[in-house]
Design a protein around this ligand. Structure first.
Ligand code: G1P
Length: 271
């Protein structure tokens, strides 16, 4: 069973400046609810029992949001507002499940993941990137089922416009399993259009093996000087570890850019 999920939240959010110069993007409300809560709800519905938040000192506001008992208790006492007391109950539920670790220098997803090394208990865990919202169908839940069936690592995949391949990790397909799943031959971080092996992009949902930590310890920096999990995953694939790409059924919303963020609110309001 996959019981633990990791969410890297220490990124600077430069694509959403100037808002993110004072406010963590993951707390920005999407249709009245902080973006991070959509990710938490996806995890909980998929059966996750513990969630590890990787934050930084600059993003302590995220920790405060989930540890704000005094504020809630005083307000609830005074106001007896049903909506606020329901929100409080929900936040208490989240709080019991969340552990915090720190990545104070944003050196990449691989470096972020390493900060959780001591906390991972089982052979596999889930990782979710908070910019990538997937609505209408629980992607993590579907990936956990695939993991159970094939006993392998799994990554979410989506076909993207060829002109945008350099914004994503891109897959090279080894073998199609069925309409929604394929065995991954290679994965390359943000290739040029010329070098991209396909238009199948990595979307931020990963089921990863615990042994990735051993490789991460030796991982050198890659694209733009960052330590990318994509590079470590490629190494694991080359060491004959099975990774499955899953074309998810839900709708993808990119909350990491201003246009995407605005569109996300509109899309979610329609549900
Ligand atoms: C990260 C990953 C990339 C993946 C993308 C999905 O990139 O490094 O492989 O395709 O998330 O959103 P970032 O968005 O941090 O630049």
């Amino acid at each position: 069973m996959i019981k633990q999920a990791i969410i890297p939240l220490a990124g600077l959010g430069t694509r959403l400046l100037p808002l993110t110069s004072v406010f963590p993007k993951e707390l920005l409300p999407i249709n009245g609810k902080p973006g991070i809560e959509y990710i938490l709800d996806e995890c909980i519905e998929a059966g996750i029992k513990e969630i590890i938040f990787i934050i930084s000192k600059k993003k302590n506001m995220i920790k405060n949001y989930f540890n704000n008992d005094i504020f809630f208790k005083t307000i609830i006492k005074k106001k007896k507002d049903k909506r606020i007391s329901n929100e409080y109950k929900k936040i208490l539920k989240y709080k019991k499940m969340i552990k915090f670790v720190y990545q104070n220098n944003p050196l990449g997803t691989g470096d972020a993941l390493l900060k959780t090394k001591k906390l991972i208990k089982d052979n596999y865990f889930l990782m979710l990137l908070p910019d990538d919202l997937i609505i209408k169908k629980n992607c993590s839940k579907a990936m956990i089922s695939i993991h159970k069936k094939y006993k392998s690592s799994v990554m979410a995949s989506m076909n993207v416009d060829k002109k945008t391949v350099s914004r994503w990790g891109i897959f090279n397909v080894k073998k199609k399993i069925n309409k929604h799943n394929f065995i991954i031959k290679d994965v390359v971080e943000k290739p040029s259009q010329k070098d991209a092996p396909s238009n199948k992009a990595v979307i931020g949902r990963y089921i990863l093996p615990k042994i990735i930590f051993k490789k991460l310890l030796k991982q050198k920096s890659g694209k733009d000087g960052e330590i990318h999990i994509t590079d470590t995953i490629q190494l694991l694939i080359k060491n004959d570890l099975k990774f499955i790409g899953h074309n998810f059924a839900g709708k993808y919303l990119d909350c990491g850019t201003m246009n995407g963020y605005i569109k996300s609110s509109l899309e979610i309001a329609k549900i």
